[in-house]
Every structure is written in C-alpha cells, then in structure tokens.
Design a protein around this ligand. Structure first.
Ligand SMILES: [Fe+2]
Ligand SMILES: [Fe+2]
Length: 173
C-alpha cells in the first residue's frame, strides 16, 4: 500500500522522466537533421531509456495499489544552438532529475516507506551514471573546441556507444 504523499511525489517524477524522454527525442531529431547520425542514435536511445524510467514508476505505483497517471508535459524545444549546447542542456536536465530523486528519497524517509526507499535507490545510482556519462562527453567537447574532425570522431563514438548498449538493458531491472 502506497501513501498519497508518496504517490503524488512519484507522479511528479513520472512527469520529469516523460519530459526528459521528449527532450531527448527532440535532440535526436535535431541531430539527425544536422547530419550527426551517431549523436542522433545516442539520443534516440536515451529517449527510450527515459521512457523506461517513467514506466518503472508506473508499475511501482500500480503494483502498490496506487493509480499511475499519464502526465501532461510541455513541448520540448524543436531546435538547439549547436552540438555543445545540446549536451550542456542534457547535463542541466539530468542535474534537475537527480535533485528531484534526492527529494523523493527524503520523502520516503519521512514517510518511513521502506519499499519506496528501496525502489528509489536504483534511480540514485542511475543518476550518478548518467551525470558521469554526460560530463565525460562535455569534457571531450572542451578538448575538441571548434575542430570539425574532432566533432566527427565524437559523433562516431556516440553512435558506437548507442549500438553497444544492449537493447532494453535496464527494462527488466
Ligand atoms: Fe531518467
Ligand atoms: Fe536521465
């Protein structure tokens, strides 16, 4: 049985994950239109992962006698200034999500909800991984600067990263 307070807080997280999924889908489409095929593949995959994060919360709520609801989300930006800006925006979005997860953990402790607390630990680790990944991409972009061939190689690397990660890797987690 889930408390109304936890359910409401989780519902807020559903909206955040749904928005992340929409933003990354928009970034995938923009990268595609700019000819960055690797980064596009990377963002299509990221968008899928965010949807999976959202679905996990749906199931957790419903498996605990709550009722998960499809959130209304605002439309994401359609275009982005450049490759670098895109990844800066990703870091900001991920930091916002991390903060929200940490607040959720605080709510679970206050409510003494050990099941929710245990469930949320997966998200704490996942956010650490995601922030680490995007920071490493931003570090590479700092080295590359305005060098076109460097960007070409990074785009290829991002494509390889997307292809290497097994499909639905965390779906069963
Ligand atoms: Fe997420
Ligand atoms: Fe994320």
């Amino acid at each position: 049985m889930i408390s109304k307070t936890i359910e409401k807080a989780l519902q807020h997280q559903i909206a955040l994950e749904a928005y992340s999924s929409a933003v990354y889908l928009s970034m995938a489409s923009w990268m595609d239109s700019e000819g960055f095929e690797g980064a596009a593949a990377f963002f299509y995959k990221q968008s899928d992962e965010e949807r999976m994060h959202m679905l996990k919360i749906f199931h957790f709520i419903n498996d605990n006698d709550g009722h998960a609801m499809v959130p209304a989300i605002e439309a994401p930006p359609k275009s982005f200034k450049d490759f670098h800006t895109c990844f800066k925006n990703v870091l900001e979005q991920e930091q916002k999500v991390t903060q929200s997860i940490h607040e959720l953990v605080n709510v679970s402790l206050k409510e003494r909800d050990h099941a929710a607390n245990n469930f949320l630990q997966w998200y704490v680790s996942e956010q650490m991984e995601e922030e680490k990944q995007v920071k490493s991409i931003l570090n590479k972009l700092k080295i590359i600067g305005k060098d076109g061939s460097g960007l070409y190689l990074l785009d290829r690397e991002l494509g390889e990263m997307a292809a290497a990660a097994p499909e639905g890797e965390e779906a069963g987690a």
